[in-house]
Ligand binder design. Structure first.
Ligand code: CA
Length: 224
């Protein structure tokens, strides 16, 4: 398994690279955003660990550029414990987020979870709810026969809601199953994701499928 680590602080980079190497990974280190982006686009890494605060090109800019060419899993690192940064990172396509300072075992656990998820075979069954259809293999969604363009996270969120149709899912359940992490209680990552999903699969259609259960979470079902 190859990991690209993009981190400008040399001591932190050395420490993490050594830990990951001792854990059995092949590690390549880039010390600024431009080098990191170049290595990520041209490499065949299984995972990218990307610091947000970088010289030249920050982590968000690297992620944005990277997402136009490769869908490698990205774990972002930041010293800023800001919900806005987390939301921004996830919207740009980060797969997980770790706030500094963190303990190495925590990083290793996140890395292993991301790599395991990336290699899990997708379920082959086509998911249906009313006139909504999701094909996990082709990564294709349609409603009433109309194709709907969804990001990877939006697709994963919708697939979870369809699989658990009729069941109310809490934000914590959604966060742990779609993002593999536990959010702080004040985050609005889930609300933002649900809002985007509604705009695509519910707003253009007369029958709404995603419903908010106040104080509890969300449920996908046909009502009335
Ligand atoms: Ca940094």
């Amino acid at each position: 398994m190859k990991i690209l680590l993009v981190e400008d602080e040399k001591r932190a980079a050395d420490y993490l690279a050594q830990g990951l190497a001792e854990s059995g990974f092949a590690v390549e280190v880039a010390h600024n955003g431009m080098d990191g982006l170049h290595a990520a686009i041209n490499g065949d890494h299984d995972l990218v660990i990307l610091d947000v605060m970088l010289p030249d090109l920050d982590g968000f800019a690297v992620l944005t550029a990277l997402r136009t060419s490769r869908q490698v899993p990205v774990l972002m690192l930041t010293a800023r414990d800001q919900t806005d940064d987390k939301v921004k990172g996830f919207e740009l396509g980060a797969d997980d987020y770790l706030v500094k300072p963190f303990q190495y075992p925590e990083l290793l656990a996140r890395v292993r979870a991301l790599l395991k998820r990336g290699h899990a075979a997708p379920s082959e069954e086509v998911l249906r709810m009313g006139d909504l259809e999701l094909d996990p293999v082709k990564h294709r969604a349609t409603r009433a026969g109309q194709p709907i363009d969804l990001s990877a996270k939006e697709f994963a969120l919708l697939a979870l809601l369809v699989r658990k149709a009729g069941q109310v899912l809490s934000r914590t359940q959604i966060a742990s199953q779609v993002w593999d992490i536990n959010f702080d209680s004040d985050t609005n990552v889930i609300e933002v994701a649900i809002r985007r999903l509604r705009a695509k699969i519910d707003e253009p259609f007369p029958t709404k499928l995603i419903h908010t259960v106040r104080g509890v979470g969300y449920v996908l079902e046909q009502r009335g």
